[in-house]
Design a protein around this ligand. Structure first.
Ligand code: SF4
Length: 279
């Protein structure tokens, strides 16, 4: 198991001045009153990820509270990695941060992780999934993405970060993993393509706002990558976060504008279960 620092995304210079931002988000039948501390100086969209993760935690707490109050308790537990065999979408900003985290590890840890990614890619190559992923046609429409996502799940290739059915990067796992919350019997997660996996309904998802931001960059038409491509993508040296720079308040405002756009298109609520949604 890789030992992780408590919050590796935190900026090294903790003495940088921060500024308090207050806002309200409509979550379910209630309102989430949020207060976040953002850098007073310059940052990037990737630099803002710790704040977005904290915001995600607050949103999830509220959504879970409402689900529980209406009799739907969450069945996800530590040690259950059933959903970690899906095609996991990682926004390119999270990919940038995760690759930075990976690059800062000691050589021995990097080699171990590289080996796990290599094994996953080999397994996906054996059943033809890798070739399909490399052909950009697979994401041309929602139906194609769903078809590949089902085949991917049936290949039973675990996320390289899954160890002993636990997430080895839990504090820094992608938002898509955090938003995947199931209320039905865990046994149904064995195959979300045939079972009715009941998921918590989110009024909006922060992950999709990040995908939308990523889609605005010239080099990317999805805004996310499959987790299994993380290391290869990271080695290309891209820094998408730098395309959205400004003070903490300015970058947060850009994100919130995209979140508002996605919230209006997600009208009626979005379930996080089934196969991980990324389109
Ligand atoms: S990052 Fe962690 S939670 Fe997400 S799929 Fe991988 S092992 Fe599972």
């Amino acid at each position: 198991m890789t030992t992780l620092p408590e919050n590796p995304y935190l900026p090294e210079d903790m003495s940088s001045p921060m500024v308090e931002v207050h806002f309200e988000l409509r979550v379910g039948v209630g309102t989430l009153k949020a207060k976040v501390d953002v850098p007073a100086g310059q940052t990037t969209m990737t630099g803002l990820l710790p704040i977005l993760q904290n915001l995600e935690t607050a949103v999830i707490d509220k959504v879970v509270h409402e689900a529980t109050a209406s009799g739907h308790s969450i069945s996800c537990r530590a040690g259950c990695g059933a959903c970690c065999r899906q095609l996991v979408p990682v926004s390119i900003f999270e990919a940038e941060a995760l690759f930075q985290w990976f690059s800062d590890l000691q050589e021995e840890q990097r080699e171990m992780i590289e080996q796990r990614f290599h094994q996953a890619l080999l397994a996906l190559r054996e059943n033809g999934i890798l070739q399909r992923l490399l052909d950009e046609e697979w994401s041309k429409d929602e139906e194609s993405v769903t078809r590949l996502a089902i085949d991917y799940f049936h290949a039973r290739v675990a996320c390289p970060f899954l160890q002993n059915e636990n997430c080895s990067i839990h504090p820094i796992r992608p938002l898509s993993c955090r938003e995947y919350l199931v209320t039905g019997p865990p046994a149904l997660c064995d195959d979300p393509s045939i079972h009715d996996v009941r998921g918590v309904k989110f009024p909006f998802t922060l992950s999709r706002a990040l995908y939308r931001l990523g889609q605005e960059l010239e080099h990317d038409n999805r805004g996310w990558i499959p987790m299994v491509f993380l290391l290869a993508w990271g080695k290309s040296g891209l820094h998408p976060g730098e395309h959205f720079t400004g003070t903490g308040q300015e970058v947060l405002r850009i994100f919130m504008e995209h979140l508002a756009t996605m919230a209006s298109t997600d009208k009626g609520g979005k379930t996080s279960a089934g196969l991980m949604q990324a389109t």
